[in-house]
Write a protein that binds this ligand. Sequence first.
Ligand code: G3I
Length: 337
Amino acid sequence: LGNQGLKDFYSNYFPVGVAVGLRNLRGDESVLIKKQFNSLTAENAMKMAPLQPKEGEFYWKAADSIVNFAIKNGIKIRGHNLCWHQQTPDWMFKDGDKQVSKETLLKRLKTHINTVVGRYKGIFYAWDVVNEAIDDNPANSLRNSKWFEICGEDFITKAFEYAHEADPGAKLYYNDYNSELPEKRERIYKLLKSLKDKGVPIDGVGLQAHWSLKSPTEADLRTAIERYSALGLKIQFTELDISIYPWEKDRRAKRPGESDQFTADLEARQAAKYAMVFNVFRAYKDVITNVTFWNVSDRHSWLDEYPVMGRKNYPLLFDANLQPKKAYWEVINFKSK
Ligand code: G3I
């Protein structure tokens, strides 16, 4: 294996990235990051509330630390994210004790995007401009967020236009989850097609790829890539992990027969799932421009708290001792196949 990592094995395919916080940029995890990855996403530091907790007061320290680590190590950066129903600071929607007007909210969005995208102009190669705007409820199109309630769907168009004005060189992505499931895929497709038809400056779609041993099927994954790329959009898998628990939100307890242990059977099933999705990724390398894992190793995953509170999950390619798991070997040993 020498000192080659995922980024070297995939140098003819696409950058391979990882979502990080400050805690990952020192010690043994930072060594793993430098060896394995050539793209970084800030897990939280570049969201609206962490960056602009109060109107006009920007907090750059954590974001700049991640940017400096990336620049020092020749690693690309994709920004995450400029507009989301979560982690929007409360002040954004308030005007005194009234709800903010659409005009004022869009002005605040423009200021935020100009300031943030402008600061990293020419450094970031891509941004998640709007995150998770499509509702989970099939009866709706857009999620009933404050953004939608106050602006209608204009906030999406405006967010992309503001980001493009602030850095014309950055590739602009719409990012969402379950975007490979046929029903939600078609509602996302409709939104993206309407943006493209209006000439909105959007370059691609981010499929978050928070997957499990059950989902997605290879057919759904291939169809999603075909459908979105048919719009002339590039595709990124922006938050890849493969949970050992089925994705049923708001689960709070373990089911009969479920163990907290990462058994050999679970490891084999996870390795097979990673092998399948990377076989598909490699087949579509002409439209895929990034694959990023959400968190570095099984030492810590956001899935340790969600959807099953306080239940250890083992969703990534490296174990808690940062050693490659079976899944890692499946992902890199494709040459011999
Ligand atoms: O920084 C504060 C800290 O000051 C405070 O003491 C602590 C307790 O309230 O909260 C800390 O903020 C937490 C933040 O992570 C940083 O650790 C938030 O509560 C917590 O909600 C936040 O969770 C993040 C979540 O997005 C919401 O922003 C997860 O770490 C992060 O993995 C998750 O990532 C999202 C992507 O951005 C979008 N796609 C889905 C994905 C998973 O939800």
